[in-house]
Ligand binder design. Structure first.
Ligand code: LLP
Length: 454
């Protein structure tokens, strides 16, 4: 199991460790740039907290997945896990790139449909899907419904009796192994709330087989997220393929999608394992191909990978303005910025480690360790517990890379925090994707007080 402790990072190279910055990022005269844009200048113009997404970095990651998938002898597809970061404009980008989407709620499905994302490329996941979601998915004509537990079949059978057209069904298998990642991100162990054991899967497959309107077409597993060690993934793939082959042998001939999930790690910090996305995808795919060749004879199913983080984390850059700098008696600097736990809960929730640079002095000599904190009434509201940074003053801009996944999708309005504006860099154009939240947004759900006194 990896440790999640913090280290102070000092050397100059580490302050701009390329693999964790968007590919369009570079430093010119000590200032951080994103494809011709001076980042501190942008932040001053557009306000902070600000999230910039580099389209080229996203496209690069998609290309790495496509290249890796070539090692699979059959058809393949990439399904983006919408939970990592999602909104209408991005759904359109995903649609244009020909990606599929994994949606887990009425909200995610609603956004995808509102963006005109083709329903035939949407798969619905989740361990407690609502009847409303089931009806919505059926009416939209989504490609697949990933059955998480046997009781879902009763819900789907009921809907089918009501005349709804039930999507193709995939079964989610729990391979009963623990992924080397933070416990909150493990999903494939025996006690997991997600998915079914082999025996439950066999039973569910029989039930589907007997129902005239339900059709089993896929088998899925996902063992967790932010995984660097591929061995448990290989093992999960082996168990998944063995079960796939067994199901086909038992006569479930309509099975045609094999989905070993997502979860590939992304380095956030220079101390994280180095990896080439392409090589890792290719290693997983090659492994699946070899296992398939050993275990199953039937024609290759579609191999569907389901990444979230490894597609979008590196594209995102979070920018904050320094509002206060304090020196504690023990010599530790506290740098307070205008965002934190509300737009990035990951340090508080998983002790996730980030690095940062002063956008206008990216390579300046560090002054000593600092703690980057946010403005919320909560001591867990920090972005980086310990980092060496140059002198920073009120008004300076701090840039945090690897901010593209599981930040804004997990953002909150705690303390009335307003969610940041988001821009997408497409070639030389900066395209607004989401405006900053306003107080009017905070008020939008409140209903007028009835006349009777409360
Ligand atoms: N497929 C399923 C069924 C999933 O549950 C997930 C993520 C993915 C795919 C995509 O996994 P990825 O490739 O992004 O690792 N909030 C946590 C991560 C939670 C992941 C939840 N499921 C974090 O910030 O680290």
């Amino acid at each position: 199991m990896r440790r999640y402790d913090d280290k102070v990072n000092t050397p100059r190279a580490i302050r701009f460790y390329r693999p964790i910055w968007p590919i369009s990022a570079y430093i010119h005269r000590e200032r951080l740039h994103l494809r011709g844009f001076d980042v501190a200048g942008l932040a001053a113009r557009l306000g902070t907290p600000l999230y910039l997404y580099d389209g080229a970095t996203f496209d690069h990651a998609v290309a790495a997945y496509r290249a890796g998938l070539r090692a699979w002898p059959g058809p393949s597809a990439i399904s983006y896990a919408a939970k990592a970061w999602f909104n209408r404009p991005f759904a359109r980008v995903l649609a244009r790139r020909g990606l599929h989407i994994d949606a887990v709620s009425e909200g995610e499905l609603g956004v995808a449909l509102a963006a005109g994302f083709p329903a035939g490329r949407i798969h619905v996941h989740g361990n407690n899907k609502s009847p409303t979601l089931a009806r919505m998915a059926a009416r939209a004509g989504v490609a697949a419904w990933v059955v998480d537990h046997p009781q879902e079949l009763a819900l789907l059978a009921r809907l089918s009796d009501e005349g709804e057209r039930i999507p193709d069904l995939w079964l989610r298998f729990t391979p009963a192994l623990s992924a080397p990642t933070h416990p909150y991100r493990q999903t494939g162990h025996r006690e997991s709330k997600f998915g079914m054991s082999r025996d439950e899967i066999l039973l569910a497959a029989e039930q589907i087989h007997k129902h005239p309107k339900l059709r089993l077409t896929g088998l899925h597993a996902h063992i967790g997220s932010q995984i660097f060690d591929l061995d448990p993934m290989f093992e999960a793939c082996d168990r998944l393929i063995a079960l796939f082959a067994e199901l086909r042998e038992r006569g479930h001939a309509s099975l045609r999608v094999l989905s070993p999930g997502g979860g590939l790690g992304a380095p956030y910090h220079p101390d994280d394992p180095r990896l080439s996305l392409f090589q890792n995808v290719e290693r997983i795919v090659r492994h699946c191909a070899a296992t398939w060749a050993r275990m199953a004879k039937a024609p290759h199913p579609t191999l569907l990978l389901e990444p979230g983080r490894s597609l979008i984390a590196r594209a995102g850059l979070a920018l904050y303005t320094v509002g206060a700098v304090r020196m504690l008696e023990n010599g530790r600097r506290i740098i307070a910025v205008d965002g934190g736990m509300a737009d990035n809960v990951r340090p508080a929730l998983y002790r996730a480690r980030y690095t940062a640079c002063a956008a206008a002095a990216a390579l300046a000599q560090p002054l000593g360790p600092a703690r980057i904190v946010g403005p919320l009434c909560e001591s867990g509201d920090f972005l980086i517990d310990k980092i060496d940074l140059p002198p920073l003053s009120v008004g300076d801009i701090l840039a945090i890379p690897m901010s593209g996944a599981y930040h804004l999708s997990m953002a909150s309005n705690y303390n009335g925090a307003l969610r940041p504006a988001v821009y997408w860099l497409h070639r030389d154009d900066l395209i607004p994707f989401q405006r900053r939240e306003t107080i009017a947004d905070l008020l939008a759900r409140d209903l007028p007080l009835p006349l009777i006194a409360l």
